[in-house]
Design a protein around this ligand. Structure first.
Ligand SMILES: Cc1cc2nc3c(=O)[nH]c(=O)nc-3n(C[C@H](O)[C@H](O)[C@H](O)COP(=O)(O)O)c2cc1C
Length: 362
């Protein structure tokens, strides 16, 4: 493909902000995302639906099979640790805790944006060390699709994949965040065609995700038509980037612009249901506000092959590998009990379990 040549770090074109200010921004993001996890506003849409309880499951709780296959990779649990970047001070230890836990649990992991690692010095923990600590899991690279309009192409994408020994690349779509950031990239023309070129030239599966505003069924069809291997709907109801960007802003007018979009986006449960209907053959990841194993169960019920979590595991990831393990073991047990109480011996059966609108249960 006609990808522009890689711009080496020393001659990389002047960015609206340099690496130092990207680092500061990423540190701010971590702090503000943590504040949100504690915050009350959640509307992923899953609470509007309730599984029908099965009072005589006729299965053994401990025998329930939670294994699944995602893009040819066998996983012990249907879970993905969603992409998270941070500033250099904390990213390396966060990534290490997540990777060690993912290896132990047999779940998938996507790293945060590799833009800094590709453009500047310092890998922020985004190097082969992750593969060393997590040799067996599906590991996915990440950067923003907007970078495709700033000179990124197949070469940069391959470098991102090779840098961590990834099994695929997840491109993130974040038009709202870019529009709100002072330094954001707002020329999004011709990106679908560039995504198609990347699909054709990359050599490993290319997936596309949002970052908390959801993917519509119409866009999912377009992405499927250009050959993406999977979609992560990353819907609204969890981490709100408009709220995070509003929190970073000092200028009152810009803060007001951002605050208006705090709740923007397609709630995760709706995005998932509609995208699954639009693209029944495409592997889907259900993420955006996944709080616990019952949300995971509902995401699987609505068509996800995996459920993904970012903000919900961030506090544990900052603490230790053991904290991440504890976090996901709770989530696993919640998912197992959801299977038990719907009479589902495995994930495939859970996907057929009866679920009704909560309003009808009143
Ligand atoms: C601290 C933090 C950093 C993130 N950085 C990235 C990133 O670099 N690339 C990306 O695709 N998504 C990134 N995300 C978005 C998540 O992958 C996810 O799509 C979004 O937060 C919604 O999921 P959640 O509600 O479980 O947090 C980040 C999320 C958090 C909380």
């Amino acid at each position: 493909m006609a990808a522009k040549a890689l711009r080496p770090p020393s001659s990389f074109p002047p960015q609206p902000d340099g690496a130092a200010s990207i680092y500061t921004r990423k540190e701010d993001h971590l702090d503000l995302a943590m504040q949100q996890v504690a915050g009350p506003a959640r509307r992923n849409g899953f609470d509007a639906w309730e599984f029908e309880h099965c009072a005589l499951p006729e299965i053994a709780l401990e025998e329930i099979d939670l294994r699944c296959v995602f893009l040819g990779h066998a996983l012990r649990l249907p879970l993905l640790i969603s992409s998270m970047t941070g500033g250099p001070q904390r990213a390396a230890s966060i990534n290490r805790h997540l990777a060690e836990a993912a290896q132990e649990l047999g779940i998938a992991m996507a790293v945060g944006s590799q833009r800094i690692a590709l453009e500047a010095c310092g890998a922020s923990g985004l190097d082969r060390i992750l593969r060393t600590v997590a040799p067996d899991i599906p590991l996915f690279s990440n950067f923003g699709a907007a970078q495709l309009n700033l000179g990124y192409g197949c070469d940069e994408a391959r470098r991102a994949v090779e840098a961590i020994g990834a099994d695929g690349l997840i491109l993130h779509l974040n038009p709202l965040q870019e529009a709100l950031q002072k330094e954001g990239e707002t020329d999004w023309r011709h990106l679908l065609r560039k995504i198609e070129q990347l699909v054709q030239g990359l050599g490993v599966p290319l997936m596309v995700k949002e970052i908390g505003c959801g993917i519509s069924p119409a866009l999912a069809r377009q992405l499927a038509s250009v050959g993406v291997a999977a979609i992560d709907v990353a819907g609204a109801g969890g981490t709100s980037w408009a709220a995070i960007e509003a929190g970073r802003m000092e200028q009152a007018d810009a803060k007001q612009v951002a605050a208006c979009f705090t709740h923007w986006g397609i709630p995760t449960s709706r995005a998932l249901r509609e995208v699954a209907r639009a693209c029944p053959q495409l592997p889907l990841i259900g993420s955006g506000g996944i709080r616990h194993g019952l949300d995971v169960a509902k995401a699987l019920r609505y068509g996800a092959t995996l459920a993904g979590q970012a903000g919900g595991v961030l506090a544990a990831a900052m603490e230790s590998t053991e904290a991440v393990l504890r976090h996901f073991r709770i989530l696993e047990q919640q998912l197992r009990i959801a299977c038990f109480c719907t009479g589902s011996p495995d994930v495939a059966t859970l996907r057929q379990a009866r679920i009704v609108a909560a309003a009808r249960n009143a």
